[in-house]
Design a protein around this ligand. Structure first.
Ligand code: NDP
Ligand SMILES: Nc1nc(O)c(N)c(N[C@@H]2O[C@H](COP(=O)(O)O)[C@@H](O)[C@H]2O)n1
Length: 277
């Protein structure tokens, strides 16, 4: 057991009960055996922004909801982001709750596997990247990087390997605009076949908007959103999936939640629900 660092987060037992029905079952079971339990979770402003502008990191969660997010991290096998988030945030993507591995607990107990979607290997990670610093300190796992590149550079392969990570190569089609569109069904099935029973998808904007498209929204088991009492203003990274139309061509809402529950956490509120199909 390692000593818990002074910055370890606390998420009180009294706050855990409400979340339990929203979380992956502790026995690892899923409604679809070939798919992981999939949670979409992020923090947003009142004007649906994840960050002040593309390429910047913006703290939205207050201390209590941040601790909740880390509790979610402790309850999922994997935590997934897009390359835009990796570039903007240099994230840690570990769990910093008191009592988990590296924070007073054994080994890497309850540390999720970071997964980065990086179709063309834009993320120029190095030993100095936050994720790898945490690996060296025994406080996080090496990432899996999902890419279209079938032969990634040898030095990146060995760097990842050194930290227990890997590249996962998938065929990801390129759209007319030059960006890539992962097939979420294929990706999630691949993560399941690599042993992950649960995955939380944190963002950023492109990833969330894509996952909320009609083709993919049925893959989401739960949505857990922290809403912070602030407007970030125009120009932010916005969660706003493409508009949908009914059979007569009338516009309708892009997606809606059912079985909704709200919980206040300090100045924030946390919204939990299931996507209404
Ligand atoms: N408040 C919060 O909770 C969170 C905030 N953020 C913030 O979000 C911002 C980053 O968001 P954003 O710039 O939108 O980048 P993303 O993290 O959403 O990454 C987008 C990139 O992922 C790749 N990709 C592959 N397949 C898909 C697909 N099907 N759908 C979407 N992307 C795909 C593309 O790479 P390529 O272009 O190479 O093809 C795309 O450009 C940062 O500022 C970060 O701080 C992020 C997470 C949570
Ligand atoms: N829950 C939450 N609240 C915020 O205010 C945020 N900005 C984010 N961002 C997500 O968390 C990642 C950073 O994680 P580390 O603290 O570096 O481990 C970031 O990359 C986003 O995915 N989340």
């Amino acid at each position: 057991m390692s000593a818990a660092p002074r910055d370890a987060l606390e998420f009180p037992e009294s706050d855990r009960a409400f979340l339990e029905p929203q979380l992956p079952p502790r026995d690892g079971s899923t409604s679809r055996p070939d798919m992981p339990f999939t949670t979409l979770t992020f923090a947003t402003s009142l004007d649906s922004s994840l960050a002040l502008s593309p390429g910047t990191r913006t703290a939205l969660s207050g201390p209590q909801s941040k601790a909740m997010t880390h509790y979610l991290r402790s309850r999922h096998d994997g935590i997934l982001i897009g390359v835009g988030t990796a570039l903007a945030d240099d994230p840690g993507l570990n769990c910093r709750l008191d009592g988990v591995g590296g924070y007073g607990g054994e080994g890497l107990d309850c540390q999720p596997r970071p997964i980065v979607i990086d179709p063309t290997l834009r993320w120029d990670f190095s030993d100095d990247s936050k994720l790898f610093q945490l690996c060296r300190e025994g406080r996080g796992r090496g990432p899996w990087i999902v890419t279209t590149v079938h032969e990634p550079p040898a030095e990146k392969v060995s760097l990842l390997k050194k930290y227990g990570g890997q590249f996962i190569s998938l065929n990801i089609p390129t759209s007319e605009s030059g960006t890539h569109r992962i097939d979420w069904t294929q990706l999630l099935a691949t993560l399941r076949s690599n042993g992950l029973r649960s995955v939380m998808i944190e963002g950023g904007g492109h990833v969330i908007n894509s996952l909320l498209e009609p083709t993919y929204m049925g893959l989401i088991d739960r949505v857990i959103v922290t809403i912070a009492p602030t407007w970030l203003g125009q120009g932010g990274v916005v969660v706003s999936p493409a508009r949908r139309f009914d059979g007569e061509g009338n516009s309708m809402s892009a997606a809606r939640l059912k079985n909704v529950q709200w919980y206040p956490f300090g100045e924030d509120v946390v919204l939990c629900g299931q996507v209404k199909i």
